[in-house]
Ligand binder design. Structure first.
Ligand code: TYD
Ligand code: MG
Length: 446
């Protein structure tokens, strides 16, 4: 087949060149030229893909959902698959993306939906071996070991499949482009064409993409705007825990986290992550506080650890893992001004156990309590959970979803909760303590 004409387009200024150059001659940006198919020379306008529609008509049709059967995956997707949705599953090599997709395909198959599994990296035999290891079988999962884009596009026939999985997008090759698989041009072209046929046929599409530690040049980042949902699969190195996070979702919330455990038989959902995150909590150690956090719609108890140690540096270190470094600095200042805890000569390290990220201000109280506890060398009472936002004036502010937080804490065996006034009633067996100010709250924890 004759190669279609391609051009190299600068991603910064849009100028196109006949051949690749290291530096754009127009805007001088380095390494910004990407191969793209040349625009068709014919001047005729293209027919619109769909007709204009009154908003009311669109509102009348709720999006039907097809549960994948993996509850933790459905949670991050926002309740299951939407026909024609395009999902990018990113993650470092070896994290378990192929395993997740194979389990998802088998589970969809058991639910009666046919799935096409395009394996562009592994042979059908390798996929089969993994399926055997995982104890999966299924007539409903169809394997296609293929790296060329065109035969994959041809497989999208409406009604033929419920979903198509492409593992991975970096291994696909579009005939039109001369550049190597995995290059920005190839990755984007393949993904764009696949997304278009998925939308047109109503078949859900999963694209697997590798992210490298360095931040992924030709990785899934270039695809984020092109897909409906971006899921990132991450792990905590010391644990077999895998966290599936939505960083973009046109069909649901982005703060949901799916929790899996990687074991001999593949990925196992973790329905009660709080227990797991608290499992390794040291009994009576200073600097450990339990926060009743929310992860999307799910309440999650996590351990916040702080280590405050005298510093020999002119500028003491502040290091935050799992919490926003800006909030750590703010809390250190509030502790100094309003609670008389001078951290100025101390290095402060804060870590959220289990690799969880606490993005909400509700974690402030636990972070502050952990720091105060470490500085004083005094453990916090082990039966207390805390949550609440700390303001710059040293005040404690109420946060949302307190009922859910309190009942999860009670379910995990905690008997006391400390937060700002205005929280919902605590469940039976749980004593609710409230404080208006951070210093009063820290006093109660003594
Ligand atoms: P894989 O799904 O191939 O990762 P990715 O597609 O993201 O590169 O998973 C590879 C890792 O998972 C590998 O290190 C082995 C491990 N693994 C298990 O621990 N248990 C299992 O049942 C399977 C299938 C894999
Ligand atoms: Mg893989």
């Amino acid at each position: 087949m004759a190669k279609t004409h391609t051009v190299f387009v600068c991603q910064s200024c849009g100028v196109s060149q006949a051949k690749w150059l290291g530096r754009c001659p127009a805007c001088q940006a380095w390494d910004s030229l990407v191969e793209e198919p040349a625009a068709p020379k014919t001047g005729k306008s293209r027919a619109p893909a769909s007709d204009p529609l009154p908003l009311d008509h669109a509102l009348a049709q709720p999006e039907p959902r097809l549960p994948s059967g993996l509850a933790e995956l459905d949670r991050v997707l926002g309740g299951g698959l939407v026909p024609g949705m395009v999902v990018l599953v990113g993650g470092e090599p070896g994290i378990g993306k192929s395993t997740l997709m194979l389990q998802c395909a088998a589970s969809l198959g058991r639910g009666g939906g046919r799935v096409l599994l395009v394996s562009a990296e592994e042979s059908a035999r390798q996929v089969g071996l993994r399926a055997r290891r995982l104890g999966l079988s299924g007539q409903e999962v169809v394997l296609l070991a293929e790296t060329a884009l065109e035969p994959i596009l041809a497989a999208f026939k409406p009604g033929e499949y419920a979903a198509v999985v492409v593992d991975s997008i970096q291994a696909l090759r579009a005939e039109d482009l001369a550049s190597a698989p995995g290059s920005v041009g190839q990755v984007r072209q393949c993904a764009a064409e696949l997304a278009a046929v998925a939308k047109a046929s109503g078949i859900a599409l999963f694209l697997v993409g590798h992210v490298t530690k360095e931040g992924s040049l030709a990785g899934p980042r270039v695809l984020e705007h092109l897909v409906d949902t971006v899921l990132y699969f991450e792990s905590e190195p010391s644990m077999r825990l895998r966290l599936l996070r939505a960083v973009k979702n046109r069909f649901g919330a982005t703060d949901e986290v799916g929790v899996f455990e990687m074991g001999e038989a593949g990925l196992k959902p973790v329905p009660n992550p709080s227990a797991l995150f608290l499992a390794h909590r040291p009994g009576q150690a200073p600097g450990s506080a339990v926060c009743a956090a929310m992860s999307g719609t799910r309440p999650l108890l996590v351990e916040v650890q702080a280590l405050v140690s005298p510093s020999a540096l002119a500028m003491p270190r502040r290091q935050a893992l799992g919490v926003d470094p800006g909030r750590l600095h703010m809390l250190a200042a509030v502790l100094a001004i309003h609670s008389g805890l001078d951290l100025g000569g101390h290095d402060v390290f804060v870590n959220v156990a289990g690799g969880v990220r606490l993005a909400e201000p509700a974690a402030d109280l636990a972070v502050a309590a952990a720091m105060a506890s470490s500085l004083a060398g005094r453990p916090l009472p082990p039966e207390v959970v805390c949550f609440g936002e700390v303001g710059l004036a040293g005040e404690l502010r109420a946060v949302g979803r307190s009922a859910a937080r309190l009942s999860e804490a009670a379910r995990q065996g905690f008997t006391q909760a400390l937060t700002a006034p205005g929280a919902d009633k605590a469940p039976v067996g749980m004593e609710l303590m409230t404080a208006r100010r951070l210093d009063a709250a820290l006093e109660m924890l003594r």
